[in-house]
Design a protein around this ligand. Structure first.
Ligand code: NAD
Length: 408
């Protein structure tokens, strides 16, 4: 597996060449502003102390406070956190929200901790990084295996240490705790606004467009519901245990009901059971990876039959596969644009907290739509201008914005 930070630097170099980026700015953007490595001692339930290693990478704050989630996973590494903080910088700048790029993580298998241990770990991590975060400095959020409950503990610990309230220090909080309306569905809703713009550009009629969705969690599940409400034909859906396929379209509501009753997607009436790998290679119009990273690789990129790929997951396409897809003229709407609805509504949460306001779900979605539509069209126009992929275009657009704010 390649070093993710090296991959990020290759993407930076590519964009820098396309846009003839000033070489001094390029040099600055090759490094995160600040990286913290902390050790967090936690008293386990059996009375022993275990020390967990955590990180926070603050990549760049030219556009606003560093922003990015905190991941709890055994495979977290400094290079992964640095790469993710770089991609957060690109994502926030692609949709032009006033936030920079940051990311954090702790090396831990959180499923093996009791609730009490998890709470002590989360509070302990904040005790180590609290001087470097704040609503005007660095605003963490949930990521893999971190939840709104964990964000609530972290905010509480931060405010205790700070000595006063600062609800905007962290986003992804429960609504009762200052979270935003619409956050749960925001990533998928943002993806749907992007699909609508893509359909306009390519003159597609929803009822003629076949969609396959990998993953049925927060993102994939809502994508299936929302796209089917828009009239798209959802022909395949999968989860970690396998998938189902009907070339004429699935009844999405009935699929959810079936999964609720049986716990599985398989054996749904009127559909064929398929393997996860098969879903990626189906003859569809839009493939929507919404599960995990590294799903489209050098092994299967030549077998992809979809005409478009909407990357709702983070990093579902490896850099080698990306090149193959580009050569095959498959349109890839990159993750930094397609799934940016999530961080955009996190930014709205921060804004509401800072102004002591509460926006309705309707207000949230009106603002989200305007941001996603504008970002899509700017990326599309940049792609046309330089004759490059949408991913390269998003990077160029984002780096242009960040570079304009860096004073040297
Ligand atoms: P989730 O945990 O709610 O759902 C993940 C889904 O993927 C589950 O249905 C699981 O069964 C399925 N899955 C796992 N392995 C699979 C496989 N091999 N094949 C098919 N399905 C598989 O996670 P989520 O919040 O929906 O996030 C999904 C992706 O979207 C991640 O890459 C995440 O980083 C990205 N993302 C999420 C958000 C958000 O707001 N939740 C925002 C931006 C990006």
């Amino acid at each position: 597996m390649q070093n993710p930070f090296e991959n990020a630097l290759v993407q930076l170099e590519k964009a820098a060449n396309i846009m003839s980026l000033d070489k001094n700015i390029y040099e600055i953007l090759k490094y995160p502003d600040r990286v913290l490595t902390v050790s967090v001692p936690v008293k386990m339930d059996n009375g022993e102390i275990r020390v967990f290693v955590g990180f926070r990478s603050q990549y760049n704050n030219a556009l606003g406070p560093y922003k990015g989630g905190i991941r709890y996973h055994e495979n977290v590494s400094l290079d992964e956190v640095k790469a993710l903080s770089f991609w957060m910088m690109i994502k926030c700048a692609t949709v032009n929200i006033p936030m920079g790029g940051g990311k954090g993580g702790i090396i831990v298998d959180s499923k093996k901790l009791s609730l009490g241990e998890l709470k002590r770990l989360s509070r302990g991590y904040i005790q180590k990084i609290w001087r470097e975060i704040g609503s005007d400095k660095d605003v963490p959020a949930p990521d893999m295996y971190t939840t709104s409950q964990i964000m609530g503990w972290m905010r509480d610990e931060y405010e205790k240490l700070l000595g006063h309230a600062d609800p905007g220090v962290i986003t992804g909080k429960a609504i009762a705790d200052g979270g935003s309306e619409g956050r749960e569905i925001a990533t998928a809703q943002g993806g749907v606004y992007v699909v609508r713009e893509l359909a306009k550009r390519l003159k597609l009629q929803p009822n003629e467009v076949k969609v396959a969705i990998q993953g049925m969690g927060n993102v994939g599940g809502f994508m299936a519901k929302l796209l089917s409400d828009d009239g798209y034909k959802i022909v395949a859906i999968s989860d970690s245990k396998g998938g189902i396929y009907n070339e004429n379209g699935l009844d999405v509501k009935a699929v959810f009901e079936h999964k609720k009753q049986t716990g599985f997607l398989s054996d749904f009436s009127n559909a064929q059971n398929i393997y996860n790998e098969h879903l990626l290679e189906l003859d569809t119009d839009i493939l929507v990876p919404s599960a995990m990273e590294n799903q489209i690789t050098i092994q299967n990129a030549n077998n992809i039959k979809a005409k478009m790929i909407l990357e709702m997951a983070n990093g579902p396409t490896t850099p080698e596969a990306d090149e193959i897809l580009a050569q095959r003229n498959i349109i890839v709407v990159p993750d930094v644009l397609a799934n940016a609805g999530g961080v955009t509504v996190s930014c709205f949460e921060w804004e509401q907290n800072n102004k002591n306001e509460r926006w309705s779900e309707e207000q949230v979605f009106i603002k989200l739509e305007s941001i996603m539509v504008q970002a899509f069209n700017e990326v599309w126009e940049t792609k046309e201008k330089f004759n490059i992929t949408m991913r390269a275009a998003a990077f160029v657009k984002a780096i242009e914005r960040v570079a304009a704010k860096i004073k040297i």
